[in-house]
Design a protein around this ligand. Structure first.
Ligand SMILES: [Zn+2]
Length: 188
């Protein structure tokens, strides 16, 4: 293909491309999510995954000198062979560690209030960096709620639960978290 017709087709494709980019652009209030994808703590999942739950956790680097060092925290996850989908740091920075379509090992042995077990299969895990004595920061609440809103646009999220809600005999996180400040999709 050459000449005028080829040029016209190229122009058409460019125009279509531009339209597609605009259609995919995130809404203005979408949170910035930076990728720090890890190689452990999850299994790849192919094709669409039915996700209706977000599990909120807290963790910090208990082994290194700085509890809120992201690299240290990731090294600790690696040691235990676990990973969340997202980590929210103390400043409200959101880090994606596992792609949403993949099944991450974050919930462990757990059961939803509606009786479903195997929660990892249908959930996304979000870790708030917090020690047992600190509290969730205002920036973290803001980032978490923006992330929940984004995920609820992309998946039919029906439940946002605490790790302690689904594994009460083993877990007591998230720590220092006022649950009334955490958004529940579909509720004001
Ligand atoms: Zn947890």
């Amino acid at each position: 293909m050459s000449g005028r017709r080829g040029w016209a087709l190229s122009a058409l494709l460019l125009a279509l491309g531009a339209t597609a980019v605009r259609a995919d652009a995130p809404p203005p209030d979408a949170p910035i999510v930076r990728d720090r994808l890890v190689a452990w703590g999850h299994r790849p999942h192919f094709g669409p995954r039915a996700i209706d739950t977000i599990v909120v956790h807290s963790s910090y680097d208990a082994l290194g000198p700085a509890p809120y060092d992201l690299d240290g925290l990731l090294a600790e996850y690696r040691q235990y062979g676990v990973a969340p989908h997202f980590v929210i740091d103390r400043d409200g920075g959101i880090w994606r560690t596992v792609a949403e379509r993949d099944v991450a090992w974050h919930a462990g042995r757990s059961r939803m209030p509606d009786g479903r077990a195997g929660v990892n299969a249908f959930s996304l895990g979000v870790e708030l960096m917090t020690t047992r004595t600190d509290s969730v920061t205002a920036a973290q609440y803001e980032a978490l709620n923006a992330l929940i809103a984004r995920l609820a646009r992309e998946h039919p999220i029906r439940h946002v639960v605490r790790h302690r809600d689904i594994a009460p005999e083993r877990k007591d996180d998230p720590w220092g978290c006022d649950w009334r400040r955490v958004a529940q999709p579909g509720q004001p």
